[in-house]
Design a protein around this ligand. Structure first.
Ligand code: ADP
Ligand code: MG
Length: 246
């Protein structure tokens, strides 16, 4: 593997609004490397969330291709795309997306049960993932008993517990204060560095730029510039699956 976890070419997406179509992605070429924290920045409405959705198997583009982990994502059957997401993708969103009735450890364990872990294994692994994000003392708390920063850390533990090689974070810090935002971005950075994941983080928070290996600016459905801020990771250093979740 050449280190590319995602290689998308000519991705185009239109939405129908009334009688007209608006083109939200205009032939975007995008790639992301294992071991990199790649930040996608751009104004509201520029197509960032739509891009992430097309790269992660959530939204089919009208034209173009997405190669993800060596496979042509959009030529897969829908069931296989769902499986691909379960096996390879972790998601973190601005709004945390936690189940209000579940404790922290249950939020994480639920996903792991889908992956085929027994309930006991899932619970043990979930606890380890929560300890990794500093929530070892909050395992049995429900979202209403957690702060915003803690909730986002639960969401990160949930995304990381299954050891995904692709991590998509869409505005993960925008509901948090600066200090909690830093905790979150450092955890994402660690997922890239220690677990070799390709982390794609959408943000318009300029304070996060310092943590990126690469910053891509998007405006009006086009990539304006693509700037590497750290040396490219060596392909072999970018994959240490045994460390994950452990
Ligand atoms: P960003 O994440 O950069 O703020 P989005 O990708 O969410 O931007 O949206 C880009 C543009 O596409 C916006 O103008 C938005 O209104 C439009 N859009 C997004 N999703 C849909 C949809 N499902 N139907 C119609 N228009 C949409
Ligand atoms: Mg968005």
């Amino acid at each position: 593997m050449n280190g590319k976890a995602i290689d998308a070419r000519g991705v185009t997406k239109r939405f129908k609004t009334g009688r007209t179509y608006i083109e939200v992605l205009k032939g975007v070429d995008f790639d992301a490397l294992h071991g990199d924290l790649t930040m996608v920045m751009g104004p509201s409405g520029s197509g960032k969330s739509t891009l992430v959705a097309t790269l992660s198997g959530l939204l089919k583009p009208d034209a173009g291709s997405v190669n993800a982990m060596g496979e042509d994502l959009w030529s897969m059957r829908p069931g296989k795309i769902d499986r691909f997401r379960l096996d390879h993708c972790g998601f973190i969103f601005q709004g945390f997306n936690l189940f209000s009735a579940l404790t922290a450890v249950q939020q994480v364990a639920t996903i792991l049960k889908y992956k085929g872990y027994t309930p006991a294994e899932a619970k043990a692994r979930a606890a380890v993932a929560l300890e990794e994000v500093g929530l070892g003392a909050r395992l049995n708390q429900r979202p209403s008993e957690l702060s915003g920063g803690e909730k986002q850390r639960v969401a990160i533990a949930r995304a990381l517990a299954k050891d995904p090689q692709l991590i998509f974070a869409d505005e993960p810090t925008s509901a948090l204060d600066g200090e909690n935002g830093q905790v979150v971005i450092k955890l994402l950075q660690r997922a890239a560095k220690q677990h070799g994941a390709a982390v794609i983080c959408v943000t318009h928070d300029p304070r996060l730029e310092a943590y990126a290996d690469r910053v891509i600016h998007i405006e009006d459905g086009r990539i304006l510039d693509d700037r590497r801020t750290a040396p490219a990771p060596a392909p072999e250093a970018a994959r240490q699956p045994e460390l994950v979740g452990a």
